[in-house]
Design a protein around this ligand. Structure first.
Ligand code: NAP
Length: 335
């Protein structure tokens, strides 16, 4: 069976997902595209047999669309996810699920009322082989109880006008989900420590921004988010445990030896670093849809729990104090 997919938002990651869904993965065809830039949408649709261009809300209702991929700006996610749930169409929504906990709560209530999981959130690190191996080592327990985690999310560069709010909602949200998934525990409080400002960044952007998340077991997760380091896309993670530590190895595709030096190439951006993770997460989603299985990937609950932490981080930036995270009871649908 082939799942007929409508894609909302044909920007950077939208086009990446259209490429992998139409040329790389099995079990999908792109049948509709929506984007405010009509010329861009038309150009993409022309390259895909049978693909139509539609307004985003119309796209969700089309008979030729079985499932929806949302890759538009974060602020638009909630309204489209709610419309998909209303139409009882499965939806893969890029992270963040929504930009506030309140919006995530509306999505959660709608999905619980629908009585089945319809939403998967694009927390693709859960499908990255390196992160999966890191988690396997922590879970195996040989290192004893986890105590601390150090993460760096160094983006290389960001566009002019990028805000601290985006650093939290679009970047640190990955470390929040990683920590929840890795330790199987919720974050209970957060702190924010702005550092000396990187001269490459201007305006109100706090760069670098160090955040400390504390989970219910007391593990501290220290996250450095750097926006404009300008040397490459550098993602690190290290768990310090009772009797050892485990860290992600540097990602390098090749080593170059010249002029009495060895150099290791590093990813230029997230598309390169996480190509395999995006492939696996979407193939897994398609497989479950094709098999008629309940969705098992990152859920609305995961999106909401992450938004509760990003909301707390926004408050911590404003108040310069530690802020507690507040979560409702977890509905049985997400057990
Ligand atoms: P982008 O390049 O700016 O693309 C966003 C696209 O959405 C643009 O084509 C934009 O059109 C379109 N759009 C804006 N408002 C819309 C609306 N109301 N309805 C439909 N489309 C709309 O951004 P991006 O980097 O692809 O990011 C998109 C989303 O993916 C964000 O939520 C981001 O956090 C997420 N993302 C996730 C990962 C990951 O690692 N999982 C990586 C990158 C991005 P115009 O340009 O014409 O305004």
């Amino acid at each position: 069976m082939t799942i007929r997919i409508g894609v909302i938002g044909a920007g950077t990651i939208g086009q990446e997902h259209i490429r992998r869904l139409s040329t790389k993965l099995s079990g999908a065809s792109i049948t509709a595209v929506a984007d405010p830039n009509d010329a861009r949408a038309q150009a993409i649709a022309q390259g895909l047999p049978g693909c139509v261009v539609a307004d985003a809300h119309d796209l969700i209702g089309l008979d030729c669309v079985d499932a929806v991929v949302i890759a538009s700006w974060a602020e638009t996610h909630a309204e489209y996810v709610l419309a998909c749930i209303d139409s009882r169409k499965p939806v893969f929504c890029e992270k963040p699920l929504a930009t506030t906990q309140d919006d995530c709560t509306r999505i959660l209530d709608a999905e619980v009322n629908a009585g089945r999981r319809l939403v998967q959130v694009g927390f693709m690190r859960r499908y990255d082989p390196d992160f999966v191996e890191l988690r396997g080592v922590v879970e195996a327990g040989d290192l004893g109880a986890p105590l601390l985690m150090y993460c760096a999310h160094r983006m290389g560069s960001v566009p002019d006008g990028y805000t601290t709010r985006q650093v939290i909602n679009d970047a640190i949200v990955h470390e929040i989900d990683t920590a929840r998934w890795l330790f199987g525990d919720e974050i209970e409080s957060v702190q924010v420590l702005p550092s000396r400002q990187n001269p490459n960044s201007s305006g109100d952007l706090l760069d670098p921004l160090v955040t400390i998340l504390k989970n219910n077991s007391g593990v501290l997760i220290v996250v450095e988010a750097s926006a404009n380091g300008r040397y490459g896309y550098d993602i690190t993670g290290e768990v310090v445990a009772q009797s050892g530590r485990v860290s992600l190895a540097s990602r390098a595709s090749v080593e170059i030896h010249r002029f009495v030096r060895s150099e290791r190439a590093m990813p230029a951006d997230w598309r390169i670093r996480f190509e395999q993770a995006y492939d696996v997460e979407l193939q897994h989603w398609l497989y479950e849809l094709n098999q008629g299985q309940p969705l098992s990937g990152p859920s609305t609950w995961d999106g909401l729990a992450a938004a509760a932490v990003t909301d707390a981080l926004h408050s911590a930036v404003e108040t310069a104090t530690a802020v507690n995270v507040s979560l409702p009871a977890k509905p049985a649908l997400y057990a």
